[in-house]
Design a protein around this ligand. Structure first.
Ligand code: ZN
Length: 76
């Protein structure tokens, strides 16, 4: 297996999708530090996305929204 092939199958590997055997994939990982780092980074990113709640509204957008709301309802 080559790096390019590993990258193409990275998502499927991280989701452990399909009936595919991952022996080749893991053999390449064991031999290739670059791909190992790539897999690790992707895995961390996915974990982060799964564990974090959606980010709050950015402050700038929030204040613009509040200004628009106040303009639309004068006197309140
Ligand atoms: Zn590689």
């Amino acid at each position: 297996m080559r790096c390019k092939q590993l990258i193409a199958e990275l998502c499927a590997y991280l989701d452990q999708e399909g009936p595919q055997a991952w022996a080749d994939f893991e053999a390449h990982l064991a031999a290739c530090r670059k791909c190992r780092q790539l897999v690790e980074t992707c895995r961390q990113t996915i974990l982060l996305y799964r564990s974090e709640p959606p980010p709050p509204l950015p402050a700038a957008i929030h204040s613009r929204l509040m200004t628009a709301v106040r303009r639309a309802r004068p006197g309140k």
